[in-house]
Design a protein around this ligand. Sequence first.
Ligand SMILES: Cc1cc2nc3c(=O)[nH]c(=O)nc-3n(C[C@H](O)[C@H](O)[C@H](O)COP(=O)(O)OP(=O)(O)OC[C@H]3O[C@@H](n4cnc5c(N)ncnc54)[C@H](O)[C@@H]3O)c2cc1C
Ligand SMILES: *[C@@H]1O[C@H](CO)[C@@H](O)[C@H](O)[C@H]1NC(C)=O
Ligand SMILES: *[C@@H]1O[C@H](CO)[C@@H](O)[C@H](O)[C@H]1NC(C)=O
Ligand SMILES: *[C@@H]1O[C@H](CO)[C@@H](O)[C@H](O)[C@H]1NC(C)=O
Ligand SMILES: *[C@@H]1O[C@H](CO)[C@@H](O)[C@H](O)[C@H]1NC(C)=O
Ligand SMILES: *[C@@H]1O[C@H](CO)[C@@H](O)[C@H](O)[C@H]1NC(C)=O
Ligand SMILES: *[C@@H]1O[C@H](CO)[C@@H](O)[C@H](O)[C@H]1NC(C)=O
Ligand SMILES: *[C@@H]1O[C@H](CO)[C@@H](O)[C@H](O)[C@H]1NC(C)=O
Length: 538
Amino acid sequence: MRFFRAVAAVTAIGTVSASFQNNTYDYIIVGGGPSGIITAERIAEAGKKVLLLERGYGPTVSTGSNETLVWNNTLTGIDVPGLSGDIGSLPQWNQYVCTDTAGQAACVLGGGVTVNYMVFVHPPERDFNDKWPQGWKWNDVKSAASRLYERNPGSTLPSQDGELYDQALYSTLKAFFSNLGWTSVDMSEQPNEKYQVYSHPAWNIKDQKRAGPLRTYLPLAEQYDNFQLSMGTKVLRLMRTNGQITGVEVEFASGETEIITLPHHGRVLLSAGALSTPRVLWNSGIGRKAQLEVAQQSGINLPNEQEWIDLPVGEGLKDHPIFPFVVKTNGSFTIPDYPAIVNGSDTADISLYREGDGVLSQGKHRMIFFTANDVDGQTRYYQGSCAPSAENTVSITAYMTHGATSSGVLGLDVDGNTIFLKSPYLNTQGDQTAAQSFVQGLIDDVKTAGWELETYPNASSIIENYTQGVHWTSTAMIGIDDGRKLGGSSVVDLDTKVYGTNNLFIVDGSIHPDLPSGNIQATIMVVAEAAVARILAL
Ligand SMILES: Cc1cc2nc3c(=O)[nH]c(=O)nc-3n(C[C@H](O)[C@H](O)[C@H](O)COP(=O)(O)OP(=O)(O)OC[C@H]3O[C@@H](n4cnc5c(N)ncnc54)[C@H](O)[C@@H]3O)c2cc1C
Ligand SMILES: *[C@@H]1O[C@H](CO)[C@@H](O)[C@H](O)[C@H]1NC(C)=O
Ligand SMILES: *[C@@H]1O[C@H](CO)[C@@H](O)[C@H](O)[C@H]1NC(C)=O
Ligand SMILES: *[C@@H]1O[C@H](CO)[C@@H](O)[C@H](O)[C@H]1NC(C)=O
Ligand SMILES: *[C@@H]1O[C@H](CO)[C@@H](O)[C@H](O)[C@H]1NC(C)=O
Ligand SMILES: *[C@@H]1O[C@H](CO)[C@@H](O)[C@H](O)[C@H]1NC(C)=O
Ligand SMILES: *[C@@H]1O[C@H](CO)[C@@H](O)[C@H](O)[C@H]1NC(C)=O
Ligand SMILES: *[C@@H]1O[C@H](CO)[C@@H](O)[C@H](O)[C@H]1NC(C)=O
């Protein structure tokens, strides 16, 4: 394969053009997050010529990073599972988070999976059976899930010696939930069990390192001569003649731009994430008129207005709200000394990790629980991710997940940032009532156990201080109700092809019509496997 940072591709004559070959790519894929890497690898595996364009750079040594740990020059902070618990303190963090999206997202090779907390929730069947269209029900996508899990299964037992470390919090919470009559499950083996259950966390870890498509698919793609990755290469817009995409315009870190042309049989796949794919669409004259006018004002050269394709891009935006619980218990916990791990002075944990063991072989959380409630005939699910935050204190990140009915609207500003035109959180009566019931119920249980709430002392303060789940979806939804027609809500058809185009597809969180029952990354990857199979079959 051909693999480079765009800056490194600048030739002696000062041009990057030689790197790309006009009119030769069968597929150009925009965005090297989990969705883009999985689709690119499967398409290259099928023998097609693929160009994968990623605006960020590689976070691991094998993808070009030189920001290695002082105690191991083949590992970066991104690789070590235990450092995910304090990932926002790594020096690379500011280079890796996007600065032009409405909410938090990552602009680095590997996408959100490079910077996330690694919680890996195999989706239950109902997540697909509820609102996904025909052709995308669990029976349709389960083989895609198997293909994913074969390469990237996640793990509840990630250490070399098969031991779980630092289990005090798990023991304290296990006693708490057992008293309430909740049951223990293996969240990966029993994904359908989501009512009053708790589990050891499943993490996106393989061979004692952060896994994800960057580690489990990209090296396979690199074996193919027909695969090319270009980093530091941001796609600004697509060139098109009516419904036919004819090329992409890219911008390099230097600010220089270039057009890469596509042969007539070629296809473009957008995998820039639910907060960035809409911008590429708007910049290409696809979306509501109000947004396309803002895109023009931002300085992008749009197609003539007669060629605009009127689709509900950005409408339907969803995310999980997070309710923060800080609970003082009667347990006694430890928190890894992250600065000492980074600077090499925590020799005890580092030597254990050299054997593949210890807390550095695990992620941040010590328990994940799931439950559900029904206040209005609609079942809403909840996930609680539990980690120690002080000696006696557990911090519970409690998400309202599948079944939430709120949605918002994503838009654009004249500087080219995506923005929230309408917040996606808790804007239905049902979600508000359900949140109140769930939060008050957990508070009552905490108080019955003799524990105390810190920081947020009551249900209204917990609910009003909700934060973003950063599991963005539904900004370019899949469905049969063509969004160009009155009342239609879908931007892509069942093959993930954008309505009104011949050769433009979307494969990322944007197309999900609904929220999953927990952290989203495994679902994102299942959907990418299912989508690429449909695209290749066309
Ligand atoms: C801080 C954080 C913590 C999270 N924690 C968890 C967790 O613990 N568990 C979990 O399951 N999920 C978690 N998530 C969510 C999960 O990581 C994302 O939902 C997932 O990565 C989305 O995948 P995607 O392929 O849709 O898009 P993204 O991951 O957003 O990937 C999009 C890619 O496209 C690139 N790109 C964007 N625009 C352009 C352009 N114009 N040109 C070229 N390239 C472009 C980006 O740089 C990026 O690499 C977290 C997310 C974040 C940000
Ligand atoms: C590809 O085509 C575009 C548009 O015609 C042109 O600007 C660019 O220089 C070409 N690139 C190469 C490598 O020939
Ligand atoms: C690391 O890589 C960056 C980007 O290529 C470069 O600017 C920097 O000098 C390198 N640092 C070291 C210590 O090699
Ligand atoms: C550094 O990490 C790699 C990968 O985990 C491992 O193979 C190697 O032995 C480590 N080196 C040292 C000096 O610990
Ligand atoms: C905490 O309280 C529970 C319930 O009273 C009790 O069973 C448990 O032993 C206590 N744990 C500790 C560490 O004191
Ligand atoms: C490493 O970090 C620890 C914890 O912050 C600190 O006590 C120690 O002085 C640091 N050591 C070095 C060599 O910087
Ligand atoms: C909830 O706690 C907040 C402090 O965050 C306080 O201002 C408010 O009065 C409390 N509300 C109730 C109903 O007790
Ligand atoms: C949380 O929300 C309440 C409103 O209920 C507000 O008064 C309080 O300042 C907020 N607390 C924090 C810690 O943000």
